[in-house]
Write a protein that binds this ligand. Structure first.
Ligand code: GLV
Ligand code: MN
Ligand code: MN
Length: 424
């Protein structure tokens, strides 16, 4: 048996599943339908508890931990040539507020499983392998997502989000400072390519979060690229009034103008081919009471498309369309996330494809509809992703589920991919 096959054979379905379930208990809850979800926001005590658990599994394997200025956490398996650029693998450990047990965390646990399997198979790769847990991929507590990977890649400066606040008014800078103080015992490392060398390659394992692999009977998604995303927040300002007395003609009703704006945006985002994704996922109204006219309404826009020309043109039109739709209020439109579509260069997807073939798995080349930290690694080094099917394509929900055997197959593909890249 060659080294990669030995490593794949050493992947333990049971160990990986038990670790996932142990992680799912940190921030875990059961929803009214009996689904077991996770709410583990970034830079919270729960996030830190999960990271400590990860560190407790990494220590007996001799993996060296380090953390950078954004709180990105790394675990390093030394290579026979430590001077070589490492192969990087991982994902994120934070969840959506009503999140599932697999989104993100599986990529980190799969990295650990693959590295442990390499160790147990007696494989010492030439290049170091580093497992990374990126800070704030979800953007659920502090918007936008992917802050850790964006800063790592030099896409935005490290202080770009200092003033962003969560719902309680806590500033990102303060949450990060507190977090880093709690992790003062972990050695600090330079922040990404702004302060250090680039990795040799990056590969991220993730549940598909869509229905294709399951519906079409594939075991592995060989991800070819990621569509583009733009996030906006719209703040509509009107005037509050008594619901029983103020004539409609005199009102400056923020909810009514918000509805006009969303209706106009639906027309802007209309796509007969059903490729475009447009979501208003968060709405806040103030003062939020039945018998008062709303003085303020705030809503978010999540807009995605694989074609950069469409992403640019329609995204750039958002502001004007909102302004033109208003009848009595004013509105401020702020863009807070802009990830252009990326295509992965062949090195990593080809390694993933070969690994899946060696495992006898049915693989499908496919793009990603969800964004991932991998999106920001593309300019930094050859990048790719491994998808595994998830039930019904459901994600960002407590009913998110992936079979233990499917996750083990994904970890075997990851182990082979890492072995190939780290000896390449
Ligand atoms: C990632 O969480 C996404 O929203 O695509
Ligand atoms: Mn994710
Ligand atoms: Mn997610």
């Amino acid at each position: 048996m060659d080294e990669a096959s030995k490593a794949a054979a050493a992947v333990s379905e049971r160990r990986q599943w038990e670790r996932l379930m142990a992680m799912a208990a940190i921030g875990g809850f059961t929803d009214p339908d009996g689904h077991r979800g996770v709410n583990r926001a970034c830079l919270t005590p729960l996030d830190r508890e999960a990271r400590r658990l990860l560190l407790s599994w990494a220590a007996p394997l001799g993996l060296a931990p380090s953390v950078d200025a954004l709180g990105n956490l790394f675990l390093r398996l030394e290579g026979t040539d430590p001077a070589l650029a490492p192969v990087l693998t991982g994902s994120h450990m934070d969840t959506q507020p009503n999140g599932g047990r697999f989104d993100g965390i599986w990529g980190v646990i799969a990295g650990l499983e693959a590295v442990q399997a390499l160790r147990e198979a007696g494989v010492t790769p030439r290049r170091p392998i580093e497992i990374v847990a990126w800070t704030n991929e979800e953007g659920g507590r502090f918007a936008p997502g992917c802050m850790g990977s964006m800063a790592y890649a030099g896409f935005r400066p490290r202080d770009a989000w200092d003033a962003v606040t969560d719902r309680e008014g806590t500033r990102f800078a303060d949450a990060l400072r507190e977090h880093l103080a709690e992790e003062a015992d972990i050695p600090r490392r330079p922040l990404g390519v702004a302060e250090g060398p680039a990795p040799f390659a990056y590969v991220e394992a993730h549940i598909e979060q869509g229905p294709r692999l399951e519906a079409e009977g594939h075991d592995i998604g060989v991800v070819t690229g990621i569509q583009g995303s733009r996030w906006f927040v719209v703040e509509v300002a009107g005037k509050t009034d008594h619901a029983g007395t103020a004539p409609l003609s005199l009102r400056r009703d923020a909810v009514q103008d918000m509805l006009r704006a969303i209706t106009a945006l639906n027309a802007l985002m209309h796509d007969p081919e059903d490729v475009l994704r447009f979501t208003v996922g968060s709405v806040e109204v103030s003062p939020n009471t039945s018998n008062s006219v709303a003085a303020r309404a705030r809503f978010t826009i999540d807009f995605r498309h694989p074609d950069n020309a469409v992403l640019q043109a329609r995204g750039d039109a958002v502001r004007g369309v909102v302004q033109a739709a208003l009848r009595a209020c004013t509105a401020e439109v702020t863009e807070r996330f802009h990830a252009t579509p990326v295509a992965f260069q062949p090195l990593v997807p080809e390694a993933v494809e070969r690994a899946a073939a060696a495992e006898g798995l049915r693989a499908l080349r496919m793009p990603s509809g969800a964004f991932h930290d991998a999106q920001f690694l593309v300019p930094v080094c050859p990048t790719g992703m491994i998808f595994v099917p998830c039930r019904g394509g459901v994600s960002h929900h407590p009913s998110e589920y992936a079979e233990p055997a499917a996750l083990a197959a994904g970890a075997r593909v990851l182990a082979r991919t890492l072995a190939a890249l780290a000896n390449g």
